[in-house]
Design a protein around this ligand. Structure first.
Ligand code: SF4
Ligand code: SF4
Ligand code: SF4
Length: 379
């Protein structure tokens, strides 16, 4: 079987598909500390891309409440059990990925969810946060904590969906690494649904094909961020094309945050798919949970996040989240002494955002003298 370098697990690994890596790779960073589970991203995607017949249960974007929520139900616990507990020697994965230890022509280790697992988009939503007796149901089981995990297809470096498809209907685009399913070729065998460890390929029983997030490719081709990124109320998302050939760039916000500073980490890197959605881990959740979820580097990332105030360049990169509807290709911090800005440019060198480190505060008088009217909310 061919082998591939996988920087996320610090070693080479088996992967049953020989393909040229893309020139650039679509990538996303989600800051879990800022998500408020408003589901605007979910609705933005659903209303645009999956509002047709047979797509009722299809959420290319979903947001789940951890530790109990998951869509489909228990997707993470089920695949984690199959893959085994991840063991790391430093940044090197000790155990096998879902592509390794297989017989010739055996598909990646996976499972197909039951139909009823798609019945509840966010089972247990906010249970630990106080909806029911301030999470008292969990007392004695573990300390009470929760966080929101927004999820989309990871447009993986080594997609399991692609490796598993007997029809070769799944492909990864050369220009941007977006992973798509050719609807003409697909015969609905659902091997991609079974193989994707993140359960981000869905079966449509009306069209009898499998469908997945298309990475908003018509927007990406115009230099625009995805709908789930643009619509994000919490500004938790940064979307762009990271460097996939050669060294990561210091002046590229995604390269800088992910590869150079390692503040944002891949979700379950031990599966080996090389996911391209990177998460800034929550700062209040126990390590033992996060270490399995995001691999080594959680503690360091949290330390960096807590010290952002004194880390101007990293803070500047984070200020770009949600600041433009265009993908940012280059950034810099300009100004000094309390008047700093994070500036972003697109791939044509056009400035697309300029975000102040400190927002100007303007307090208006209670009485509008000119109109002789009080400015106040009606109770
Ligand atoms: S997340 Fe799943 S569906 Fe998306 S590219 Fe990776 S393996 Fe394929
Ligand atoms: S990238 Fe586009 S298609 Fe994919 S989840 Fe976001 S909005 Fe939906
Ligand atoms: S729109 Fe943003 S803040 Fe709201 S749920 Fe989605 S990711 Fe979270």
């Amino acid at each position: 079987m061919p082998t591939r370098d996988n920087w996320q697990i610090g070693r080479k690994m088996d992967y049953p598909y020989e393909g040229t890596p893309p020139k650039k790779q679509v990538a996303y960073i989600f800051d879990t500390n800022k998500c408020i589970a408003c589901q605007t991203c979910t609705v933005a995607c659903k209303t645009c891309w999956t509002s047709g017949k047979g797509q009722e249960h299809i959420f290319w974007n979903n947001v789940e409440s951890k530790p109990y929520g998951g869509y489909p139900l228990k997707w993470d616990v089920t695949i984690a059990k199959k893959a085994g507990v991840a063991t790391w020697q430093g940044a090197r994965l000790g155990n096998q990925t879902i592509f390794e230890g297989l017989q010739p022509n055996e598909p990646p280790r996976g499972f197909r969810p039951d139909v009823q697992d798609y019945a509840s988009p966010n089972m247990g939503e906010d249970d630990s946060a106080g909806q029911v007796d301030k999470g008292a149901a969990y007392s004695g089981m573990h300390p009470n904590w929760m966080f929101y995990l927004a999820r989309i297809c990871n447009h993986c470096d080594n997609p399991a969906c692609l490796a598993a498809c007997p029809r070769k209907a799944v492909y990864k685009r050369e220009d941007d690494g977006i992973v798509l399913i050719d609807q003409e070729r697909c015969r609905g065998y659902q091997e991609c649904v079974k193989a994707c460890p993140y359960k981000k390929s869905f079966y449509n029983a009306i069209s009898r094909t499998s469908e997945k997030c298309i990475g908003c490719y018509p927007r990406v081709e115009q230099g625009l961020v995805s709908l789930c990124t643009e619509g994000c109320i919490g500004k938790i998302r940064l979307h762009g094309l990271r460097t996939s050939e050669g060294a990561p760039r210091e002046d590229h916000p995604i390269d800088y945050i992910v590869r150079i500073r390692k503040l944002a980490l891949p979700l379950f890197p031990q599966f080996g798919t090389g996911p391209n959605v990177f998460y800034i881990p929550p700062i209040h959740v126990p390590d033992v949970y996060l270490d399995q979820m995001f691999g080594p580097g959680v503690e360091e990332a949290r330390k960096m996040y807590r010290n952002l105030k004194t880390d101007k360049k990293l803070l500047g990169a984070l200020l770009l989240f949600g600041a433009s509807d265009r993908m940012i290709d280059k950034f810099a911090v300009e100004g000094k002494d309390g008047a700093e800005f994070a500036v972003g440019w697109d791939d044509k060198g056009q400035e697309v955002c300029r975000v102040p480190f400190t927002e100007a505060v303007s307090i208006r008088n209670h009485l509008d003298e000119k109109r002789q009217a009080y400015r106040q909310n009606t109770p």
